[in-house]
Structures are given as structure tokens and as C-alpha cells.
Design a protein around this ligand. Structure first.
Ligand code: AMP
Ligand code: MG
Length: 334
């Protein structure tokens, strides 16, 4: 009998259940995504949706995988980092399942899970990873026993920044794919604040400047929305590419992995691919099903930790909303 893990993702907008075996074969993956009617992610509203829907999502995942819940051997959940009220739902569901089913539980760092599912699905051993999503912007690689952070945003996450700009331009959430479609129609670059500080990035000045440009768009004079979308992408992705390239030169990794929801963007893919080629590194994008937040990646990272050092005690399963990935041991790679 194959051993099975049920992975629970619950750090932000997505409540997701993935069921997979200890070899990494995924039998089902069901996502429930909170989409704000207006404004950003309000933790209390996200929490309510996750609380309303979690049982339905678990049942759907079990029926798609065609297994009974009693066949599950391990529960993994996203323990860090994320929105406190939302993390609590996943942790609560995980603790309940683990105790009712009498199976081990293991808490997982969400950012490490993004890298591990990429290593598994792209068959990559030791990548430099650019993880770009609604809530995170991190350049990371394994060094000195940890997933070290070589660069990160100092303020807004790239996905959040693009979504906020799109919202200002009257586009519905999620804005990323819509901005990409508009950007393709222009090559009229309008200079915008490009802010790289050491190895870190700052997107707030870029966001504000792009938002002001929208006012000129209204007058219909020099630029249109396509031009602003194009310039926003070129500037932000140029910053990401610069920091990724410097980390690549420093670490001398031979593989580059692009992951997170923003990894779907073709322009970003081509920029990161080009620097990978220049540094003789293999480039890959995590399959989009596994690039955004999902329960399968949590399950896989949970399996890796469980195999290396067993499960967590229930007293170790409290959520850690601010925990950084570079503070966590990675016994399966050490
Ligand atoms: P995640 O937080 O990893 O689930 O990813 C969600 C984020 O990915 C949102 O901010 C989306 O706007 C963004 N996103 C999805 N597709 C694209 C795209 N084609 N270009 C840019 N951003 C995207
Ligand atoms: Mg994520």
C-alpha cells in the first residue's frame, strides 16, 4: 500500500487540499480562491470563506483521488508565513484531522514548499529560485544548510503591486494576466522609478508613479494604458532580473527555477531565461498548476520533513505568521 499525505494550504487567498503519495505522485488538487470584490485581501473575509468551504474542498479532493479519508497517513499544513487569521484555519483543520484520524502532523513553511514542488516537478536538483507571487518576492538558494534569501522586496510583493495598479486602472482582480495582455500591445517605454537597493527591491515608488501616469492616460495625450502597463512590467521585471542575475553569478548555481503565480508571465519568463542562458544555467518554470499557492506543494514539503525527522508534536503546530524561510532547518537536504 502506498503511503498518502493530505496537504493543506491556507496562508492567504487560497484554501487548497492536495493528496499525494510519498513518491510525489499527486492524486488530486482542489483550490478555493478568495477574490475580493473591491480592495485587497481582508483577512477576516478570507477567513470566513475558508471556514465556510474547507470541508467541501476536503471532500472534493478525496473523491477526485478516489480514496477514503482513513487511508491518509500524514497531514501537512502551511504553518508559516502568512496572514494570521487565515493560517489559523489551516492549522486548526490539520490538528483536528491528525487527532481524529490518529496520524502524524507536520507544519510546513510555505516558501520552502514552493521550491520543493518545483524541484520535484521540474526534476531540478539545486536551483536558484525566483519566487514571485501575490504576497512574496524572494530570490533564494540552498547554501550553508538553509534556503538562504539573497534578495527580497522591502515593501510590496510584485503580484500585489501589479494587482493594485490594475485595480486603479479599473481592471478586476487578479490584474496580473490583464496587465500582461495590455503590455504586449506596446513598446513605448515611459521611464519609471527603478529601485534596487543592494540585493533588495522596492516597488512602492514604481507603483505610485505608474498610478500617477494613469491620470495622463485620462487626457488621452501622450500615452495610453498599454504603454503604462508595458513600462510597469519592463521596470519591475528588469529589477527582478537584475537581482536574480547577481544572485546567480554569486552562487554559481547551474539551475534557475521560476515559481509563484507571477511565473505565468511570459515576459518575465523570457527575461529570466535569457540571464540563465548567459550563465550556462538550465531554466525552468514550475508547471502553472503547482506554481501558485496549492496544497500539493505543502503535502510534498511535509513528506520530505516527515521522512527526515518524523512529525511535529501537537504543541509545535502553532502558526508562525512572520517566520522567514532562512531560519528553518532543511534536514532532507543537509
Ligand atoms: P499566488 O499568490 O502565487 O497564488 O499568485 C497570484 C498572483 O499571480 C496574483 O498577484 C496574480 O495577479 C499573479 N499573476 C497570475 N498570472 C499572472 C501573469 N500572467 N502575469 C503577472 N502576474 C500574474
Ligand atoms: Mg505563495
Amino acid at each position: 500500500m502506498k503511503k498518502l499525505c493530505l496537504g493543506i494550504e491556507s496562508t492567504a487567498h487560497t484554501f487548497s487540499i492536495g493528496i499525494l503519495d510519498f513518491q510525489g505522485n499527486v492524486y488530486s488538487l482542489i483550490n478555493d480562491i478568495f477574490i475580493p470584490e473591491e480592495g485587497g485581501l481582508h483577512p477576516a473575509l478570507v477567513r470566513e470563506q475558508h471556514l465556510d468551504n474547507f470541508m467541501q474542498i476536503i471532500n472534493k479532493a478525496l473523491s477526485e483521488a478516489k480514496i477514503s479519508i482513513h487511508k491518509i497517513n500524514l497531514i501537512a499544513f502551511s504553518q508559516s508565513p502568512g496572514l494570521g487569521p487565515v493560517l489559523k484555519i489551516g492549522a486548526w483543520v490539520a490538528r483536528m484531522l491528525s487527532q481524529v484520524l490518529k496520524v502524524p502532523i507536520v507544519g510546513v513553511n510555505h516558501c520552502i514548499a514552493h521550491i520543493e514542488i518545483g524541484r520535484l516537478k521540474c526534476n531540478i536538483k539545486d536551483p536558484l529560485t525566483l519566487y514571485v507571487s501575490g504576497g512574496n518576492t524572494i530570490v533564494s538558494a540552498f547554501e550553508s544548510e538553509r534556503y538562504q534569501i539573497f534578495g527580497e522586496t522591502l515593501d510590496l510583493a510584485i503580484g500585489n503591486m501589479i494587482d493594485s495598479f490594475a485595480r486603479d486602472a479599473g481592471l478586476q482582480h487578479p490584474g496580473g494576466p490583464k496587465i500582461e495582455k495590455l503590455a504586449i500591445k506596446s513598446n513605448n517605454y515611459i521611464p519609471l522609478p527603478y529601485v534596487v537597493k543592494g540585493m533588495d527591491l522596492s516597488f512602492s515608488g514604481l507603483y505610485t508613479a505608474a498610478k500617477y501616469l494613469l491620470q495622463s492616460v485620462d487626457y488621452g495625450n501622450k500615452y495610453n494604458l498599454n504603454d503604462v502597463a508595458y513600462s510597469l512590467q519592463e521596470t519591475a521585471f528588469g529589477m527582478l532580473t537584475e537581482v536574480t542575475e547577481r544572485a546567480l553569478a554569486h552562487t554559481e548555481k547551474k539551475e534557475v527555477l521560476l515559481t509563484g503565480g507571477v511565473a505565468a508571465n511570459q515576459r518575465l519568463q523570457s527575461m529570466i531565461k535569457s540571464i540563465s542562458i548567459e550563465h550556462d544555467a538550465r531554466f525552468d518554470v514550475v508547471p502553472l498548476k503547482f506554481a501558485g499557492d496549492n496544497g500539493a506543494m505543502i503535502g510534498w514539503a511535509g513528506i520530505l520533513r516527515y521522512k527526515a525527522e518524523g512529525g511535529h508534536n501537537i504543541s509545535e503546530t502553532m502558526i508562525k505568521p512572520k517566520e522567514r524561510m532562512d531560519k528553518i532547518t532543511v534536514p532532507w537536504r543537509s
